[in-house]
Design a protein around this ligand. Structure first.
Ligand SMILES: *[C@@H]1O[C@H](CO)[C@@H](O)[C@H](O)[C@H]1NC(C)=O
Length: 432
């Protein structure tokens, strides 16, 4: 499959360095044991667990920054060449909807950095990450006879946000999964209607809650000696003066981590230690906005519909004789897709989900019962009520998440709340 690699387009050094780096911290572990389905904890492998369905939710691969601030233009972004020839895809709106333009995508694509990358564009390294996830999925699910040998639209459903980098990522994943396919269907959605990330644009109540969080965060920063101290260290590292205004942690982290990912150099005088400190604060802040574990209403408005998609799809797959539900569903999204999902599942989210992070939901049948095993970047997520292998009964999982999957009203509640200030919005998936 790596015959598809265009060695002359991406510096071979860069390509192998990147693959090397990925091999060190594989997003799906390579060891035969951890790839086994079902997993064992040393005891005899249960003979009667049949894999029924797999959902894979992922964030796009490495990309150029989403902001032009904080010195993003001082770096040469020459990492966006095509790394390989991808399979052909057909992109269709859900329900064959008309084709309105994706405004956030258009806005970002208009900006080109020195070196050639556009704002938010998937880089060659990001393309390779996607290809690698796809080939791991191929090994694990086509190789073991769960998925058909060649692409079958009835067996594989593909959904993506309508943003260049998520579409490019899912195309890379599909190239790894079915390198010889002629054309694969991807379904996307008008960004005004999109629900694969917290979308305050189509939900007044969410917008209101986010505004509230923004005011809280402001106050917290003013009161926190730690935050003020960190700002000062960051200003020093970047050669900024206090007149440049407050340091927006999430936005600055975006520039620093993308520079770090693609080059050996640090962004200005940012050290590893300071970058790590910045990551922890940025993640903590971002969680308040997109993955608030302390506010079920807000979390439900943020990600409830994705949870309903996942649980509904699995439930349909358990029903006998109701047509042929797909065996695999891919969801190509953002960090802001994974963060609220992880928090909803009770995962202790401390680190920002790295590029190409993925959540895999495997549904098994055992007699009359159905079990789900969830993995985040190859590690079993131990949700409440799961057994030693990480298996949780589908009904138990649905019950545990029921406070987030019911219908919640998007109508704003009466209280004087200023509308979301787009400028001050934290940079996240860049689709806000
Ligand atoms: C996706 O975005 C592209 C580019 O902006 C646009 O042409 C297309 O109509 C959009 N599709 C949907 C379903 O919104």
């Amino acid at each position: 499959m790596f015959g598809r690699l265009l060695g002359h387009r991406v510096g071979l050094g860069a390509a192998s360095a990147c693959l090397g780096a990925l091999a060190v911290s594989p997003l799906i572990p390579r060891t035969a044991e951890s790839r086994q389905a079902p997993p064992t904890t040393g005891e005899r492998q249960a003979p009667d667990l049949d894999l029924v369905m797999v959902n894979v939710v992922f964030r796009h691969g490495a990309r150029a920054p989403l902001t032009e601030n904080y010195g993003a233009h001082d770096h040469e972004w020459s990492y966006c060449d095509r790394a390989y020839e991808a399979v052909r895809t057909r992109i269709r709106g859900l329900d064959d909807t008309d084709r309105p333009v994706s405004q956030s995508d258009e806005r970002q694509r208009k900006v080109t950095f020195a070196g050639g990358c556009r704002k938010g564009q998937l880089t060659s390294a990001g393309q390779l990450q996607a290809l690698q996830l796809g080939s791991r999925l191929r090994e694990r699910y086509v190789g073991r006879g769960f998925l058909p040998d060649s692409y079958d639209p009835a067996a594989l459903e593909v959904r993506s946000t309508n943003i260049s980098r998520t579409l490019d990522t899912v195309t890379g994943v599909l190239t790894g999964l079915y390198p010889d396919a002629e054309e694969i269907l991807i379904e996307t959605c008008d960004d005004r209607r999109e629900w694969l990330y917290p979308n305050h644009r189509n939900c007044a109540r969410l917008s209101q809650l986010i505004s509230g969080r923004r005011r809280e965060t402001e106050k917290m920063r003013e009161k926190s000696a730690y935050h003020l101290g960190l700002e000062e260290k960051l200003r020093d590292a970047l050669g900024m003066s206090p007149e440049d205004g407050h340091v927006r942690f999430v936005e600055l982290f975006d520039v620093c981590k993308t520079v770090k990912f693609h080059s050996a150099a640090h962004h200005f005088k940012m050290s590893d230690g300071l970058l790590r400190e910045l990551e922890l604060v940025a993640t903590d802040q971002m969680k308040r906005f997109v993955a608030p574990g302390d506010d079920p209403e807000m979390l439900a408005l943020s990600i409830g519909k994705v949870l309903r998609d996942l649980l509904g799809g699995m439930r349909r797959a358990t029903a006998e004789g109701e047509g042929e539900p797909p065996k695999m569903k891919l969801f190509s999204g953002h960090d802001t897709t994974l963060m609220p999902l992880l928090v909803a599942l009770g995962y202790d989210l401390v680190d920002w989900p790295p590029f190409m992070s993925n959540l895999i939901f495997e549904l098994f049948r055992s007699g009359d019962a159905h079990y789900v095993r969830i993995q985040y970047n190859g590690e079993v997520v131990r949700v409440d009520g799961s057994d030693a292998r990480g298996m949780v009964e589908l009904g138990d999982l649905a019950k545990k998440l029921s406070h987030l999957t019911g219908e919640v009203s998007c109508e704003a509640k009466l209280q004087a709340a200023p509308p979301v200030d787009e400028q001050a919005a934290p940079v996240s998936n860049g689709v806000e």
